[in-house]
Design a protein around this ligand. Sequence first.
Ligand SMILES: Cc1cc2nc3c(=O)[nH]c(=O)nc-3n(C[C@H](O)[C@H](O)[C@H](O)COP(=O)(O)OP(=O)(O)OC[C@H]3O[C@@H](n4cnc5c(N)ncnc54)[C@H](O)[C@@H]3O)c2cc1C
Length: 375
Amino acid sequence: MTTCPEVDVVIIGAGVIGLACAASLAGRGASVVVLEREGQTCTGVTSRNSQVVHAGIYNPVGSLKSLLCVEGRHDLVERCQRWNVPYQKVGKLIVASEAADQSRLEELFERGRANGVEGLRCLEASQVQAMEPQLHAAAAIESPETGIVDAVAYARSFWTEAEQAGAVMALCSEVIRIEAHPHGYQVVARNSESEESGVLAAAVVNAAGLDADEMAAKLGIDVDDAGYRLHRCKGDYFSLAPGSPLQLAHLIYPLPEVAGLGIHATLDFDGRLRFGPDTEYVDRTHFNVDPAKAEVFSSAIARYLPEVEPSWLVPDYAGVRPKLAGPGEAFRDFVIQEESARGFPGFVNLIGIESPGLTAATAIARRVSQSLSYA
Ligand SMILES: Cc1cc2nc3c(=O)[nH]c(=O)nc-3n(C[C@H](O)[C@H](O)[C@H](O)COP(=O)(O)OP(=O)(O)OC[C@H]3O[C@@H](n4cnc5c(N)ncnc54)[C@H](O)[C@@H]3O)c2cc1C
């Protein structure tokens, strides 16, 4: 048995968060090994989302979700230029369909301003009409800083950077045990031939996305007691059938719901429209999109795009959110926790990294590096 740490940091999970942490830590001189269960990077939540660069409007003022979204967005814009990652600042409109919704819109506007989001404007119906003729709105908020990004290209840019700084990746390496050790942690992974191997690390970053609660449990943390239990909340997407007579220049969002942002309209880099995600708590991860949901989607979309027909909607893909809040429960923030207080120094749990995790990735990674004293 080795007694000295073989590496400074093991990172569990090669999604955008694990890879951003790898780049940050390796860039600050740490020796880093990333363990990823799948045969390639970014097959998890990172490849199944809206690819929206959020401005930072929605979450409570002072929450990590707000602070790190704004900070991460600034980094993202600069990084996409430097690393040639597809990014477009398309802007978005948040729509109040009825006059009765205007007070909620105003609250959101004030919250966005308090969160430090730049350039927000309140628009009257006529101004919205001039910008988006097919949209039905009593009023709207314009968020010019909202954009779209190629999420996987963005995530993989971190790996290029981490690798250049000496980080090592082990794919097909599913972490099955984590043992606290006098000099750190023995992290044991199983490969596709069911062979086990361990690496002794001074510190561990748990960036396992939907399985992050399971990793914390493997360390010996009581996840229910700690409030780390994750709920899987599926979101389906439908795309607009080719030839359907709808055209938008901005991302369009209704007023947010309790568990999600409402079925919104996003654009890809070719200007194609996609609608979603909805919210459905599920017991297991799966990505089937039920074509019968076209009716429900169509009536939600019709509140702001009255012309839409169910036959214009084609099932596309689905993603699953790692949510700390269960059905109907109140807001929960990101957990970014160095676990010294629970007797696990140098172990950092990243739990409940749902939206806006993609936008916030660099800022989350910076917090992780600081908590491990790689500042
Ligand atoms: C429907 C949906 C829409 C979203 N839209 C947006 C958006 O528009 N903008 C935005 O900013 N954010 C958005 N998000 C949030 C964003 O996608 C996530 O915050 C981000 O991708 C999380 O990345 P991650 O690295 O934590 O997780 P993942 O990408 O899931 O990475 C975790 C990795 O850990 C690996 N892993 C798990 N268990 C083990 C194990 N035992 N051993 C080894 N490896 C393991 C997995 O294989 C996976 O590769 C959205 C999320 C969803 C679900």
